[in-house]
Design a protein around this ligand. Structure first.
Ligand SMILES: Cc1ncc(COP(=O)(O)O)c(C=O)c1O
Length: 454
């Protein structure tokens, strides 16, 4: 067994293929439906929003999908990312468990998001697109697509959820440094935004609203396409490079994880780590405990309904079957802005229904406490979203201690928190408060789910 702290792969060992879990699912994913007719949609229905190469990945059943050479060349800027053994954290917890983490904070934006921003910009550029419009919650995705736009010479416009826009001015400056534009959402630039602001000028925004604004702009402009930083099959596909590298790195470490942990907003970093391991299991390999961690203030997997719903608040997107809190649900303004989404990726929702993964919800103060314990031991200060995974891994390690078992835990440290210091300032000054949603509002949002006979 390796005694190394940091298990690195060389650039020549970087994966050449993404892994598509659709090829190994025991039952297929329910199809997306047209929002008007409720009939299954085909690739042509998505063509106004996405280039055809991405649409074909969205519906592909092929197991291994080649990563284009130019994308691999740019990935080399930060990939393969390191895998760490958290020896000092293990000692601090006094646990017999071995804890590993895959660190995605080494990317230019500071998280896993460039893993999909680069291929999305690449395929758009190939299709002759001039401009991409998107939403961002934490600011990580907006920064990543802005970086990708600068690499491929594309104009990028970002609608940033207002609460995060106010909390993180440096994210906007980073996007502008890459040549992109960034406005707070809801905005007066779209019909959806105007309608929402008319209703409540103080609306703090949500990912659902920002998606509506971006989709509206893309649908109205023929030279503009839309890009999403999570949820969709092709986004999760691009993130599987994280898990494929981890499989190799765990082998080099001479260990095999028993437990996998990741945080879930729309599900992409979790899927990125977990799907390649789960794929091995579906092909007859080892069964592992797999835990998705979400915020208690926006608990789509643990409290949501598995139903067809819109991906956005303005009801412009196709209907997808997912765990949802209802597309009109407004999550409280917690600091993990990337986890404030009313739904969950259809692929994650499907495997949860199949009993292949577990889910847990944590409150914001306990996850910041875990993140700070982690930083004291390992040096890296995690993003507020990643703190959820840290807390999940720590709890699994403490369970091993209680039960006296030596299990191996691997979690995705999906980003650093260097642009999230206001949240940490609030934590240290005692101003970080627990925030819960109103049960009445949740019930109201769920009662508005579209009635679909499928
Ligand atoms: C650092 C970080 N982690 C996690 C997430 C959640 O997204 P996903 O569930 O798609 O990984 C985000 C989203 O913005 C993020 O910025």
């Amino acid at each position: 067994m390796s005694e190394e702290i940091k298990i690195n792969l060389s650039e020549k060992d970087m994966p050449k293929f993404w892994y598509n879990i659709a090829a190994d699912l025991p039952t297929p994913l329910p199809p997306p439906l047209h929002p008007g007719t409720h009939n299954p949609i085909g690739p042509d229905d998505l063509a106004p929003l996405f280039p055809m190469d991405l649409i074909m990945q969205e519906v592909s059943q092929e197991r291994d999908i080649e990563i284009p050479e130019p994308v691999r060349e740019i990935y080399k800027q930060w990939r393969p990312s390191p895998l760490f053994r958290a020896k000092r954290l293990e000692k601090f917890l006094d646990t017999p468990a071995k804890i590993y983490y895959k660190y995605e904070g080494v990317s230019p934006a500071g998280s896993h998001k460039p893993n999909t921003a680069i291929p999305q910009a690449f395929y758009n550029k190939q299709a002759g697109v001039k401009r991409i419009v998107t939403e961002t919650g934490a600011g990580q995705w907006g920064s990543s697509l802005s970086f990708a736009g600068s690499v491929f010479g594309l104009d990028i416009s970002v609608f940033m959820v207002k609460v995060s826009f106010d909390q993180k001015p440096y994210r906007k400056a980073l996007m502008e440094s890459y040549g992109a534009s960034c406005v707070a959402s809801p905005s007066n630039l779209t019909e959806v935004g105007k309608m929402i602001l008319k209703d409540n000028p103080e609306n703090s925004g949500s990912l659902g609203i920002a998606i509506s604004e971006a989709v509206e702009v893309a649908a109205k402009n023929s030279d503009t396409k839309y890009a999403l930083g999570s949820v969709l099959n092709h986004v999760l596909l691009h993130q599987t490079i994280v898990g494929i590298e981890s499989l190799k790195q765990m082998e080099i470490a001479g260990d095999d994880p028993d437990i996998l942990v990741g945080c879930t907003g729309g599900g992409s970093n979790f899927a990125g780590l977990v799907f390649p391991f789960l794929g091995k299991q579906l092909q007859g390999g080892k069964k592992r405990k797999i835990v998705a961690i979400e915020p208690a203030s926006c608990p789509s997997l643990t409290k949501g309904k598995y139903a067809y719903d819109f991906g956005d608040t303005g009801k412009l997107t196709p209907l997808v079957r997912m765990h949802t809190l209802g597309s009109s649900f407004m999550p409280p303004a917690v600091h993990a802005g990337g986890l404030r989404y009313h739904g969950m990726a259809p692929l994650i929702s499907h495997i949860k229904e199949l009993g292949l993964i577990d889910a847990k919800a944590y409150n914001q103060i306990e996850v910041f406490k875990a993140g700070i314990e982690f930083a004291k031991c390992e040096g890296i200060l995690p993003a507020p979203e990643a703190n959820h995974a840290v807390k999940g891994a720590i709890d699994e390690a403490l369970l091993c201690k209680k039960e006296g078992v030596e299990k191996t835990i691997l979690f995705n440290l999906c980003g650093h928190g260097h642009f999230d210091m206001q949240a940490y300032i609030n934590y240290f000054s005692g101003n970080l408060k627990e925030m819960s949603y109103s049960e009445d509002e949740l019930a109201m949002a769920l009662s508005g789910l579209p009635s679909v006979s499928q």
